[in-house]
Design a protein around this ligand. Structure first.
Ligand SMILES: N[C@@H](CCC(=O)N[C@@H](CS)C(=O)NCC(=O)O)C(=O)O
Length: 243
């Protein structure tokens, strides 16, 4: 049995982290049974979630977890795609994870109102006297990561401009197709739908969310993936204020 180390539910989403949600979707796509454990962050091998334990083997990072599933269980997330289509799907995934996701992190963690409504709530379990210090330290670490990556050096408008370029590009590539690469989902659909659900959740107000709601193929696409692979969840909530 696989254990998925995760953060837990977040404002209507089954997972706070789009990367954990991506992995959860991929486990479901592969038809694998798993349980979730919300206590593994302090001992995460790479200091991040997700990671999994599978019969004593520990695998950290959503991309390596995907590779593990492909290798151990023989499940091909990109079945039916040609080599160049697989390359396209990988390039889109990198655009979303290594570019768009940083802009999303900025709006979630740095914009004060979004932070107070959102990530600040992660720390409710920290004893009151220590809470403010832990919050400040964690937020400073996120800001340092944004600075090191480079995106944190830009103005909010510039960050929005960069993120929107990736968002609009994704929307254009998806076009009218039900899934990114055609009639059936591929591995990148897990990443893309997880990122979009996270972006659309009203708890984080941002120019990215505003534009995502205007790009009319995005919310229905994200919901299509979620409802297919996560049918028991009440998906209305994250999109409650989406027209
Ligand atoms: N490349 C990693 C990214 C995972 C990631 O960034 N996880 C974030 C949550 S969304 C995390 O655990 N951050 C904790 C930290 O950086 O201290 C993956 O694909 O699994």
């Amino acid at each position: 049995m696989i254990t998925l180390f995760a953060f837990g539910p977040y404002f209507g989403l089954p997972e706070a982290s789009p990367y954990v949600l991506k992995t959860e979707l991929q486990l479901r796509m592969a038809g694998l049974a798993y349980t979730k454990d919300f206590t593994g962050f302090p001992t995460a091998p790479k200091g991040k979630l997700p990671y999994i334990a599978d019969d004593g083997e520990v695998i950290a990072d959503s991309t390596f977890i995907r590779a593990h599933v492909e290798r151990k269980y023989g499940f091909d997330f990109d079945a039916g795609l040609s080599a160049s289509e697989r390359a396209e799907a990988w390039a889109v995934e990198r655009m979303l994870e290594d570019h768009l996701s940083w802009a999303m992190t900025y709006f979630r963690w740095v914009v004060p109102e979004n932070f107070e409504r959102g990530p600040a709530q992660f720390f409710q379990a920290v004893p009151e006297p220590a809470r403010a210090g832990v919050i400040a330290e964690t937020r400073a670490k996120v800001k340092a990561n944004l600075h090191a990556m480079g995106i944190g050096r830009h103005t909010p408008d510039e960050i929005a401009t960069l993120g929107l370029r990736s968002l609009v590009s994704f929307s254009a590539m998806l076009g009218g197709r039900p899934y990114l690469m055609g009639a059936e989902p591929c591995g990148t659909d897990a990443t893309a739908s997880a990122m979009l659900m996270s972006m659309l959740a009203p708890v984080t107000q941002s120019p990215l969310r505003d534009r995502a709601l205007e790009l009319v193929n995005l919310a229905p696409y994200a919901m299509r993936v979620m409802q297919r692979f996560y049918p028991e969840h009440r998906w209305e909530a994250p999109l409650a204020s989406a027209a």
